[in-house]
Design a protein around this ligand. Structure first.
Ligand code: GFB
Length: 312
């Protein structure tokens, strides 16, 4: 059991959706939460990160900072998705070893797994086959992050662990229709289609299957892992709730109260056909999600309406 009480905990990336949820979750722990604003600290600058960590001496770190985005953003900004993420994880893990951080949790993504991995995907599927091309840059950076955490554990005995969340959504999400993930995009599209009485446009065939987890559940799982898990193997963080993109569209329309027409757009990519995590290791550690998909979409829509998102 790793105690957070009385410790200085750095949430790297606290302005992002996951980082902000971690800050909300840590408010109920008896710890001091450290944050660094983007203007004051460039996380891709290793020397600056080292200096900041020397000054602030965090005892534990949640590394939630990353260049993230949906299927279109990944395809159009490969350099940022690979380079920025490699630089951020290298700077923060190097700094953490250097200042003697007691524990660090690195956040990855379910897209690290091979495109044709057996479903539900177990942690052992990592590096057993080719990646999904639409997000291979991001996936490669996240795989390197897992391996760097393992390398620091093996060579220097650092207690660095990794969590691999499934597709996340919730307050603080990005609602830019070009850069966002599917769930915030659908919330915005259905909201706007309802206002104008127009059709809802869904990218691709609508048949891919995805698993979704509410971001506050993800933050809770990360805190649980920080306290109760120590090991080299990355741990899947999923809800077990899988849905096709078309059924997800209908669910969003139902929650928002719109009974309009849905159109698919075959000029847009489907990406990986199915991505469902096997989260039995996390369950065996005593954690389960609390927020179901319908409830989570309603909560996310409330936060969208109150302007708690980016690019609204
Ligand atoms: O969420 P998403 O962009 O990312 O797309 P991935 C999921 C599915 O929803 C794809 C479809 O099949 C999209 O074609 N989709 C339908 C839409 N309508 C829309 C729309 O309006 N916007 C978007 N964005 N999608 C991501 C990776 O993969 O998964 C990231 O790109 C990250 O790197 C994340 O790993 C967890 O699920 O395909």
């Amino acid at each position: 059991m790793f105690e957070l009480a009385g410790k200085r905990i750095w949430v790297a990336g606290h302005r992002g959706m996951v980082g902000a949820a971690l800050v909300r979750r840590l408010a109920s722990e008896d710890c001091e939460v450290l944050t660094a604003d983007r203007d004051g600290l460039d996380l891709t600058d290793q020397r600056a990160v080292l200096g900041w960590m020397h000054n602030h001496r965090p005892q534990a770190v949640f590394l939630a900072a990353a260049k993230v985005g949906g299927i279109h953003a990944n395809a159009t900004q490969p350099v940022a998705f690979l380079r920025d993420n490699l630089l951020i994880e290298t700077a923060v893990l190097t700094g953490a070893e250097s200042v003697g951080v007691e524990k660090l949790l690195f956040l990855g993504s379910s897209c690290i797994y091979p495109k044709q991995a057996d479903q539900p995907i177990r942690e052992e599927a990592l590096l057993t086959g080719p990646l999904e091309p639409t997000n291979e840059w991001y996936a490669l950076a996240k795989i390197a992050g897992i391996k760097l955490a393992q390398a620091y554990r093996q060579q220097y005995g650092c207690d660095f662990i990794s969590a691999m969340p499934t597709n996340l959504y919730g307050p603080g999400d990005n609602y830019d229709l070009q850069g966002s993930h599917v769930l915030p995009a659908l919330i915005r599209k259905v909201h706007e289609a309802k206002a104008s009485g127009s059709a809802v446009s869904v990218w691709g065939s609508g048949s891919p299957l995805r698993e979704f987890l509410y971001v506050d559940d993800c933050a809770d799982a990360c805190v649980h892992l920080m306290k109760h898990y120590s090991g080299a193997l990355h741990i899947n963080v999923g809800s077990g709730e899988e849905v096709s993109i078309l059924d997800l569209t209908k669910l969003v329309m139902d929650v928002l109260g719109y009974d309009g027409v849905v159109e698919t757009d075959p000029t847009k990519p489907d990406g990986t056909p199915r991505k469902l995590l096997d989260s039995s290791r996390l369950e065996a550690l005593g954690w389960r999600p609390k927020v179901g998909l319908r409830e989570g979409v309603a909560l996310a829509y409330d936060s969208f309406l109150s302007g708690h998102g980016r690019n609204i």
